[in-house]
Design a protein around this ligand. Structure first.
Ligand code: IPM
Ligand code: MN
Length: 371
């Protein structure tokens, strides 16, 4: 297969982790005889510095004219410390989601057997957890009308949803559940919010076409608690933009490191793949950033194009890296590998599993010079 991929590596650790995703995709190209053509675009704080715009038109055009977007991360301390800065890196990401029509944000999360003791939650609570969060991404309070009174003392953000916005993501969530454990949990606040009551109504109606999928409902406050008390009860979680943002950060604790979590954002025409972590500015250039979320985002990209064997092989390589402790300091404080070396192992494993294991297997015993 031939794919044109826009690479928007962004700020902070974005470029170094995205490099590992590209390295991984290069290994897939070699092994399976695909052709991936990568083209770089500016986004985020670096784009503001260079052009004044967090999403220059040139970048948007690039994304619209390629098959998929590989995204790194955005954000810089000078903006985080000044939430009212009129031009902000986040605007680039939000505009990209809206312009590309990426209404479905899919965030998979599982408790890897080899990492059960790395989570701050108890092993017996997280064991067996395997959740796929379907977050609506182009509507709701993020994109509703924003107002501030003339005197600057009253402000509001409108949370508005239409039936069709709810339906299109809900279909994807039900279809995903069919390939998993046949359960969808709608997370809302229907006891208080009109928009949530519409979600319940529309999703309940739509469930009639998916009688093989069990649908249940949780208020978001309760869902936040259940996520920590008993996360393995969930299969597919379906929710709106803001609840999905919050719940998915909370859920990331289960896996033991936010550096493991990938995401896909899909629409009818375009798709983008990105780690869910931020730009971690303090770590920039130190080689300590975990590249696994970026690498797994590349795996989701391949899955999107139905390259299932290829995607599975990346997942297998990641599992081996975790199993052999070939990981960055967030997961391995005794004998960590650098960002680049974790990427090397994964790419090497894809091209030649036995050889890679042979070369790297002594690293966690401290007997190798691979670092
Ligand atoms: C995310 C991020 C973004 C969001 C920010 C950077 C705008 O937190 O992708 O979850 O809130 O959607
Ligand atoms: Mn978020």
């Amino acid at each position: 297969m031939k794919l044109d991929i826009a690479v928007l590596s962004g700020d902070g650790i974005g470029p170094e982790v995205t490099d590992q995703a590209i390295k991984t995709l290069n290994a897939i190209e070699n092994r399976f005889d695909h052709k991936f053509n990568f083209q770089d675009g500016l986004v985020g704080a670096i784009a503001i510095d260079e052009t004044g715009d967090p999403l220059p038109q040139e970048t948007l055009d690039l994304c619209k004219n390629t098959d998929a977007v590989l995204f790194g991360s955005i954000g810089a301390p000078k903006y985080d410390n000044d939430p009212s800065a009129p031009v902000r890196p986040e605007q680039g990401l939000l505009k990209l989601r809206k312009e590309l029509g990426l209404y479905a944000n899919i965030r998979p999360l599982k408790a890897y057997a080899t990492l059960l003791d790395k989570s701050p939650l108890k092993r017996e609570i997280i064991e067996g957890t395997d959740i796929s969060i379907y977050r609506e991404l182009t509507g709701g309070i993020y994109f509703g009308e924003k107002k501030i009174s003339a005197d600057g003392n009253v402000a509001s953000d409108l949370c508005e949803y239409s039936r069709s916005e709810i339906e299109r993501i809900s279909h994807l969530a039900f279809q995903a559940a069919r390939k998993r454990k046949n359960k969808v949990t709608l997370v809302d606040k229907a006891n208080v919010l009109e928009s949530s009551r519409l979600w319940r109504k529309v999703v309940t109606e739509l469930a009639a076409s998916y009688t093989d999928v069990k649908l249940d409902f949780l208020f978001v406050d309760n869902a936040a608690m259940q996520m920590i008390l008993n996360p393995s009860q969930f299969d597919v979680i379906l929710t709106n933009n803001i609840f999905g943002d919050i719940i998915s950060d909370e859920a990331s604790v289960i896996g033991g490191s936010i550096g493991l979590l990938a995401s896909a954002s899909a629409g009818n025409k375009h798709a983008m793949f990105e780690p869910i972590h931020g730009s971690f500015p303090q770590a920039t250039g130190l080689g300590i950033a975990n590249p696994i979320a970026a690498v797994l985002s590349a795996a989701m990209l391949l899955e999107h194009f139905n390259l299932l064997e290829e995607s599975k092989l990346i997942n297998e390589a990641v599992e081996k890296a975790l199993e052999y402790n070939l990981t960055t300091p967030d997961l391995n404080d005794k004998n960590p590998l650098t960002t680049d070396k974790v990427g090397d192992f994964i790419a090497h494993y894809i091209e030649n599993a036995e050889e890679a294991l042979e070369k790297f297997k002594n690293v966690n015993l401290g007997q190798s010079t691979v670092m």
